[in-house]
Design a protein around this ligand. Structure first.
Ligand code: FMN
Length: 370
């Protein structure tokens, strides 16, 4: 079967999934200004989606510019994975990724996310469940055929499906992959990765920390290299993840540890250029300086898109944009005052006014001193 994991040039350098960060506007901006090779959604709980929570579709909106786009899901019930996999195929995703790495107690203590490292048999059933859902779709299922789905959710999924370009309406191969960590309370690559390889996922993205480490310490890339050795000849790709600063760093690690790809997460905050080639990044940096803090132009674009795409959804709050704005202004002169002003804003209009006011002030100052 051909799909993006194998047809795209390697090493793949992708945007890691980050709950609360990598929503539709964030992904659109990263793709437009950094062009990562692949993109994941934030994770969505399969049991809640299968129970018909239509508001979760907000996490799953994307536009065509974001392809290849992989939907990430988590949970513990193989049957829910099956149902949701059919929906995700129907929504046109290029792949389905199962989260087996989240360390948060609200996820892992219930046996989902990195909790699955302790229950490899259940992890295998979950992968099989997701694959069955893909097969159901390949064999002709629509959202209306998913057992127990609320008519409201089925209707929304089918409406979305009808708007897809025809190529993504076709019943193609939608690969199932896994994102996980190197262990639960200690590095366990030798035990855990062979269990996953037995299930033959298309790819395993491996964050080089254990659940117990959460985000502390440094990611252990030698453990990621160990997984690469185990996966040789299996047909499963290994992507490394953890503490990668930018594309040049990703390429260096790909060459040293022989991974098929690398995911970059936190380094992309407020800075999509981490995905650009080093030369392009340097050129862009100088261009940014020349055009007076062009990163703020991206912040402006992100702000407007954020409000445009999300404000109609229930529970919308502009305040969730503040954390992104704080990242965009990092390191520029007068960042603290500008950040304070941005934190007071409650709409895109107000935030754009603050950004434009800052730029006008800096231009005026430069004129005074120039
Ligand atoms: C705020 C935040 C949210 C995250 N949410 C997810 C998630 O939904 N799914 C997932 O697989 N990993 C998630 N992660 C983990 C990242 O994908 C990645 O593995 C981790 O940040 C290490 O990569 P980095 O050092 O490049 O950031 C999250 C990380 C952060 C910081």
């Amino acid at each position: 079967m051909t799909h993006f994991w194998t047809t795209r040039p390697h090493p793949l350098i992708g945007l890691a999934p980050m709950d609360g960060m990598t929503d539709h506007p964030y992904r659109h901006i990263q793709k437009r200004h950094g062009n990562p090779d692949l993109i994941f959604t934030e994770f969505v709980r399969v049991e809640r989606l299968a129970a018909g929570e239509t508001k979760l579709l907000r996490e799953l909106i994307y536009d065509e510019s974001q392809r290849p786009i992989v939907a990430q899901v988590y949970g513990t019930q193989p049957e829910a994975f099956r149902r949701v996999a059919t929906l995700l195929c129907r929504l046109g995703f290029d792949g389905i990724d199962i989260n087996m790495g989240c360390p948060s107690s609200s996820v892992a203590d219930n046996g989902a996310g990195a909790g699955l490292i302790c229950t490899p048999e259940l992890a295998a059933q979950i992968i099989a469940g997701a694959r069955s859902g893909v097969r159901d779709w390949q064999n002709g299922a629509t959202a209306w055929d998913v057992p127990g789905l609320s008519p409201a959710l089925a209707e929304l999924v089918e409406q979305n499906h009808a708007q897809l370009p025809s190529i993504y309406q076709q019943r193609r191969d939608v690969p199932v992959s896994v994102k996980t960590r190197i262990g639960y309370d200690r590095p366990q690559v030798d035990e855990w990765i062979p269990h996953l390889l037995d299930c033959a996922p298309a790819a395993i993205s491996l964050h080089g920390r254990t659940l117990a480490q959460a985000y502390s310490g440094r990611a252990d890339w030698s453990a990621i290299g160990q997984a690469v050795e185990l996966a040789k000849g299996s047909g499963t790709l290994i992507l490394g993840n953890g503490d990668v600063a930018n594309r040049a760093d990703a390429l260096a690690r790909a060459s040293e540890y022989e991974v098929d790809g690398v995911l970059i997460g936190r380094a992309s905050y407020g800075n999509p250029s981490v995905f650009c080639a080093a030369d392009a990044r340097e050129a862009e940096e100088s261009a940014l300086v020349a055009e007076r803090y062009g990163r703020l132009a991206i912040a402006r674009e992100h702000t407007i898109l954020y409000e445009e795409t999300l404000s109609a959804w229930p529970g919308y709050s502009f305040k969730r944009m503040h954390k992104h704005l704080g990242r965009y202004v990092r390191g520029i002169p007068g960042a603290r005052a500008l950040r304070r002003a941005l934190l007071e804003t409650d709409s895109a209009t107000e935030a754009v006014r603050a950004l434009d006011g800052y730029l006008a002030y800096r231009t005026h100052k430069a004129g005074e001193t120039g």
